[in-house]
Design a protein around this ligand. Structure first.
Ligand SMILES: Cc1cc2nc3c(=O)[nH]c(=O)nc-3n(C[C@H](O)[C@H](O)[C@H](O)COP(=O)(O)O)c2cc1C
Length: 303
C-alpha cells in the first residue's frame, strides 16, 4: 500500500504529490532546477508548445494589477522540433511527471503536435484550447462544446498518452465544455486558464499591454476558479486538476475540497521562485498533523 498521503494517480500516471507547475510560469523547469530540486514537486506542465516556433506578442506583455498579473505573452515557444531535440534530453532528467501543453490554430496542427510530442518521452498531454482558431474565423476552440469535443477526439486519435483538456473560464457555462471534453475522450480536465481582461494608463490613455487585452491570473481569480472546479466536479467523472490564484497550502486544500484531485501553481512561481517547495512542506505537515489523505479530503465540500 502507498503510505504517502499526498500521492495521487491521474489517468494511470503516478504523482508523488498533487502540486504541478502551471504551464507558462515554469518554462521547461530547467531554470527552476538551478534553484531547488524540482523532482520534489508532483509534475510540470511545460511551457505551451505549437508545431512551429512562435515569437509571441510584442512588449509590453505583462502588467501588474492589484491582485494578480495580466499577460499577453502569446505562446512564445521554440516549436516541437527544438523541443524534442534540444530540450527533452535535459528535461527528461528532472525526475518528475512531465506534461506537454500543446496549442494550435487548426485541428491538423493539434494532431501533428500531439503526435510529435507523444514520441518525445513526456508522460501526458495537456490541451490548451483557449487560443484563437484561425480556420473558424478567430473563435477559440475552447469556447463551443462542439469544437471542444472535436479537438479532444482529434488529439486522442493521434496520441496514446493520457490527455488532460484545459478549459477556459471565458464562457457562459463551463460545465458544457467539461462534458464535451469527457465525451471526446479526455482522461482529465484542468481549469482555469486566465480570465480575459485589460489594464489602462489614464495618463497616456493607452492600454498597458501592446496587445490591448490579456489574461488575468493570480489571487484575484481564485474565487472564480473554485466555483468552476466545484461546478465541473459535479458534472464529470474524470479527475480534475484545479488552478487559479493558488499562493499557499490553504488555497490547495480549498481546491481539493471543491473536488480537485491535484492542482497547478502558476503566478505564485513568478512572485516567489520557491513557492512550490514551501507550499509542499506546509501541505505535508497539514496532512500528517490531521492524519488525513488527499483522497479522503477530495470533494468534501459541505453545502
Ligand atoms: C506568463 C503566463 C504564461 C502562461 N502561459 C500559458 C501557456 O503557455 N499555456 C497554458 O495552457 N496556460 C498558460 N498560462 C496560464 C496558467 O497556466 C494558469 O492557467 C493561470 O495562470 C491560472 O493559474 P495561476 O493563477 O496560478 O497563475 C500562462 C499564465 C501566465 C501568467
Amino acid at each position: 500500500m502507498d503510505k504517502n498521503p499526498l500521492a495521487v494517480n491521474i489517468a494511470g500516471v503516478k504523482f508523488k504529490n498533487p502540486l504541478i507547475a502551471a504551464s507558462g510560469t515554469f518554462g521547461y523547469g530547467l531554470e527552476y532546477s538551478e534553484i531547488y530540486d524540482v523532482s520534489k514537486i508532483g509534475g510540470i506542465s511545460l511551457k505551451g508548445l505549437t508545431l512551429l516556433p512562435k515569437e509571441g506578442n510584442d512588449s509590453p506583455r505583462i502588467a501588474e494589477t492589484p491582485s494578480g498579473i495580466l499577460n499577453s505573452v502569446g505562446l512564445q515557444n521554440p516549436g516541437t522540433k527544438a523541443f524534442v531535440n534540444d530540450y527533452m534530453p535535459k528535461i527528461k532528467k528532472l525526475g518528475t511527471v512531465l506534461i506537454a501543453n500543446i496549442a494550435g490554430n487548426t485541428l491538423e496542427e493539434y494532431a501533428q503536435t500531439a503526435k510529435i510530442v507523444s514520441a518525445s518521452g513526456v508522460d501526458m498531454i495537456e490541451l490548451n484550447i483557449s487560443c484563437p482558431n484561425v480556420k473558424q474565423g478567430g473563435m477559440a476552440f475552447g469556447v463551443e462544446p462542439d469544437s471542444v469535443r472535436a479537438v479532444t477526439e482529434k488529439v486522442k486519435e493521434n496520441s496514446s498518452l493520457p490527455l488532460i483538456v484545459k478549459l477556459t473560464p471565458n464562457v457562459s457555462d463551463i460545465t458544457k465544455n467539461a462534458a464535451a471534453a469527457q465525451k471526446g475522450g479526455a482522461d482529465a480536465i484542468s481549469l482555469i486558464n486566465t480570465i480575459s481582461g485589460m489594464a489602462v494608463d489614464y495618463k497616456t490613455r493607452r492600454p498597458v499591454l501592446k496587445n490591448v487585452t490579456g489574461g488575468l491570473s493570480g489571487p484575484a481569480v481564485k474565487p472564480v476558479a473554485l466555483k468552476m472546479v466545484w461546478q465541473v466536479y459535479n458534472t464529470v467523472d474524470i479527475p480534475i486538476i484545479g488552478m487559479g490564484g493558488i499562493m499557499s497550502y490553504t488555497d490547495v486544500l480549498e481546491f481539493i475540497i471543491c473536488g480537485a484531485s491535484a492542482v497547478q501553481i502558476g503566478t505564485a512561481n513568478i512572485y516567489n521562485p520557491t513557492a512550490m517547495p514551501e507550499i509542499l512542506a506546509d501541505l505535508e505537515r497539514y496532512f500528517k498533523e490531521n492524519n488525513l489523505t488527499l483522497e479522503e479530503l477530495k470533494g468534501t465540500l459541505i453545502v
